[in-house]
Ligand binder design. Structure first.
Ligand code: SAM
Length: 276
């Protein structure tokens, strides 16, 4: 399967996916090519003695293929013919996966092999009132205030194009406030140009913010800077890059406690945003 350099498949279809809500995203950016960069036993090394189930948040999950692949990979589950392994006792991970596109979420729900552990929900992560009450209520079911790990895979560009520099910084501040660890897969700048080009080819105008973005260039570097300088996170490790040039980076909050008792869902505006 060809892996294009840009963010979507060739042809006009991506122009109709202004949030990156491509219907068959996992076909051209296969989950397996991403999860195999993550070491087996990663969860165990990050959380050697969890007090209860681990909680994960997957933002922009599309139709859930990557969420399921991450779940399997992190728990060391094999997909066997005809039957699906259940997680062994003591390997408890609950994933909350959200996406802005209700059709993609419906598909994810219908196809989920682990409905008891992986929940899919329609949510615009930039809508702070809907987001905060929804996430608080999910976390509250586990007596928690934060997620152990967040996944933000190929989503930053879409937030950035649709919400501008301010939106990107706000988004990263939000993620860092609610996740102890954060796995990020930022799109490089060339994908931004490709996405804007595709829109133009369709005779539509640029994304509202594209030409005004002051955060640009080396997006891995820029996002790392924001997370480490403004959001009290540290870069723990880079797991390498996919063949289509996406790096996988793991960050850890320097502020949160292992029990998830750090301040929740706060909407603090970091220093960098105030300067924008
Ligand atoms: C390029 S896809 C990545 C899908 C998946 N994370 C992966 O890497 O395979 C980006 C996804 O982010 C979702 N998305 C974009 N903006 C969003 C928002 N504000 N809230 C929730 N999801 C959003 C899109 O609908 C789309 O499914």
């Amino acid at each position: 399967m060809a892996a294009p350099m840009g963010e979507g498949p060739p042809g006009p279809e991506p122009g109709a996916a202004p949030y990156g809500n491509f219907p068959n995203y996992s076909r051209f950016h296969p989950p397996e090519a991403r999860v195999r960069l993550l070491p087996r036993g990663l969860l165990r090394s990050l959380f050697p003695a969890p007090a209860g189930p681990l909680l994960g948040l997957d933002v922009g999950c599309n139709s859930g293929e990557l969420s399921v692949a991450l779940y399997r990979h992190l728990l060391g589950l094999q997909e066997s013919k005809g039957s699906l392994d259940e997680p062994a006792a003591g390997k408890d991970l609950n994933l909350l996966c959200c996406d802005i596109d209700p059709v993609l979420i419906e598909r994810a729900q219908q196809c989920s092999p682990f409905p008891a552990s992986i929940s899919f929900a329609e949510l615009d992560i930039m809508d702070s009132s809907a987001r905060d009450s929804f996430l608080s209520s999910y976390l509250g079911r586990f007596g928690r205030s934060t997620f152990d790990i967040g996944f933000c895979m190929s989503v930053t560009m879409w937030i950035h194009l649709n919400h501008g520099d301010r939106g990107l910084v706000e988004f990263l501040a939000f993620l860092s406030s609610v996740c102890t660890y954060l796995l990020m897969e930022p799109q490089p700048w060339k994908c931004y140009r490709a996405a804007a080009r595709r829109l133009r080819r369709l005779g539509r105008s640029d994304f509202d913010h594209f030409r005004a973005l002051a955060i640009n260039g080396d997006m891995v570097e820029r996002i790392t800077q924001i997370l480490t300088k403004d959001c009290a996170m540290e870069l723990v490790r880079c797991f390498g890059s996919t063949s289509w040039d996406r790096s996988l980076l793991l960050f850890k909050s320097s502020a949160s406690s292992p029990e998830g008792r750090s301040p929740v869902l706060k909407n603090e505006v970091p220093e960098q945003e105030q300067q924008l």
